[in-house]
Write a protein that binds this ligand. Sequence first.
Ligand SMILES: Nc1nc2c(c(=O)[nH]1)N(C=O)[C@@H](CNc1ccc(C(=O)N[C@@H](CCC(=O)O)C(=O)O)cc1)CN2
Ligand SMILES: Nc1ncnc2c1ncn2[C@@H]1O[C@H](COP(=O)(O)OP(=O)(O)OP(=O)(O)O)[C@@H](O)[C@H]1O
Length: 200
Amino acid sequence: MALAISNKQSLREQALARRDDLSSDLLARASQALADGLPFHVAGKTVSAYHAIGSELDPGALTQCLERQGAVLALPVLLDRETMVFRRWEHSHTLVPVGFGTLGPDADQAEVLPDLVLAPLAAFTSAGQRIGYGKGHYDRCLAKMHASGHHPALVGVAYDQQEVPVFEVEPHDIPLDGVLTPSGLRVFDQGQDALLPFLR
Ligand SMILES: Nc1nc2c(c(=O)[nH]1)N(C=O)[C@@H](CNc1ccc(C(=O)N[C@@H](CCC(=O)O)C(=O)O)cc1)CN2
Ligand SMILES: Nc1ncnc2c1ncn2[C@@H]1O[C@H](COP(=O)(O)OP(=O)(O)OP(=O)(O)O)[C@@H](O)[C@H]1O
């Protein structure tokens, strides 16, 4: 087990280093490519995204398109060091600091349960494993939703350069249904049913 965890940590570090090395020109083109490829059909659905930090792939152009399609958008906020929830958000809203260096909607905005979660990540694998920043925010939040009977579709958003080799799964790791990169949407075996309602 110790071996698996240190392996995960080194995969995280390697993928984040590769991400930080991408040029700002590539970052901007990748962000636009997500919107141009738009694989989702989300009218009337609640879709959570994220406000990009550092070298993360910026989903802003994509979420603009989703909002125009009629999606209800949401962003994550941290209520404490472990508890993440999603609040309603529109592009016209201003954002405030919501923990861990991220920006999100203020407490006046309603808490919502997304139907589709577009998740940032440090690394992903061809089996749909996701490595985040190592705080367990997404894993814990999704586990809580699952326990309450809500099962949103989970799609990672990443550069192709963030793919790493398959690693040993930990019991709390929640697999991705798909990953959206500038090359398009990859649907994993376990995600075919969950993603069907969102595919064009
Ligand atoms: N944009 C974004 N929003 C998000 C997340 C995320 O990964 N990205 N989260 C995911 O759970 C939650 C916030 N949790 C976080 C946990 C750790 C770090 C973190 O370690 N940040 C790095 C700096 C990253 C950078 O600037 O490249 C750090 O503090 O060293 C960030 C967010 C919810 N909102
Ligand atoms: N459902 C959960 N309940 C309690 N603790 C959890 C849960 N999920 C993850 N954790 C804890 O959070 C910490 C970080 O987990 P992990 O390394 O899997 O995060 P991660 O893959 O980087 O994902 P995330 O983006 O969710 O932070 C670990 O100590 C793990 O035990």
